[in-house]
Write a new protein. Sequence first.
Length: 336
Amino acid sequence: MIAHLAYAAGSPCPTLVLDADAVPQDDGSLLEYLAGVRRRLEATGNAQVLKIALVRPSRHPMFDLEYRFVQALPDAVHSFDLRGSCGHSILSSAVVAERVGMLPRLSVGSRVRVKVLNNGDSVVCEVDAVDRDTARFTVHFVPPEAIPVTDLLITGEPRTTIAVDGELAQVSLVSSGNAYAFLDARTVGVKDPEALFAGGEALFGTLTRIRAAVTSHLGWPAGGAFPKIAALLPVDEGRIAARAISVPSWHPTIALTGAVCLGSAVQIPGTVPWQVAQELGCPDGLEIITPGGRTAVTAAVQNTDGVAALSWASVDDKRVTFQGPLSLDPPAPATL
C-alpha cells in the first residue's frame, strides 16, 4: 500500500494520509493494522509522524471527502486516540486527496467540503493559492445549524474549578473543533508573553498536571490526547498570546482546531478567553500570538432573541506542503 505525507505549517509533525477503503474497517483490526504502519514509519525514519488521516470520497452529496483522524500516542506503537480531530491534518488530506485522484485539481477559489467522522464537524477548505507542491487555504468550520455558544461548554459552566497539587485552578472547558481547557497564564505565575513563550519544563509540567486533573474530572480516559490545554495572556487590541501542549510536547504554534476553539470561546461570557478578550476591548476578530507565529481567527456569532449562537469560525493563511508517497509494503507485523 502507498500512503502519502503532507505537512501543514504550524503543525507538530506531518500527517500520514491513507485511503480509508484500503484499511480494515472495524476499529480493532484497524488499530492492529496501524500499529504495523507505525513500525513501518519507524523503519523508514519517520517515527515523528504521530498524525494519521483516513480519507475517502464522500458518499454524501453535500461533501467531497470523508475524513477520520487517528492520533498516534508516543507511549507505544499500539497506542492511539480516536476521539478528536485535527485541522492541520484535514488540510493535508485535501492536498493528498487531489494528488491521488479523489478530488478534482485544486485551483484558486475552489472549495473542498470535508465531513469529519470523529465528531461530525463540517469543514470547508477554500483554496487561496496553489503551486506545484504547496497550497494555501482559508478553513471554515461550519456547523449544520447555528449552535448556542453556551452549548460549547463541556461542563455547562463558563469556568470549572479543578484541584491540582493541593491547590485550586480555574479553567474554561470548551469544545469547538476540539475539546480544550483554557486557563489564564497569570494564575500559574506567568505575567507576560515573553515568560509564557520561554517557559520550560516547570511550566510544561504545571500545564500537564492541570490537564490530567481536568481529564480525571471529566471522567475521560487517562493518557489520551484530549482535552488539549492552552494558557492565555492578553497582548494588545485584538491579540491574545497562547501556549498550548500537543502530543507529546509543546505545540510549536496552536492547533488549527485550537484556534477555532479559542475564537469561539471568546464569544462565551464568563469564560477565561472571554475575560482576556474583554481586557483587549472585545475585538470582532482575534489574532493569536504563539512562539511559532501568528494565527488569525474569526468566529461569526448571531444573536436571536437574546441567544448568541455560533454560525461558523474561520482561520486563514494555512499553508500545506505535499511531501510525497511512502510505501507501507511489506507491512510490519502488528503484534499487540
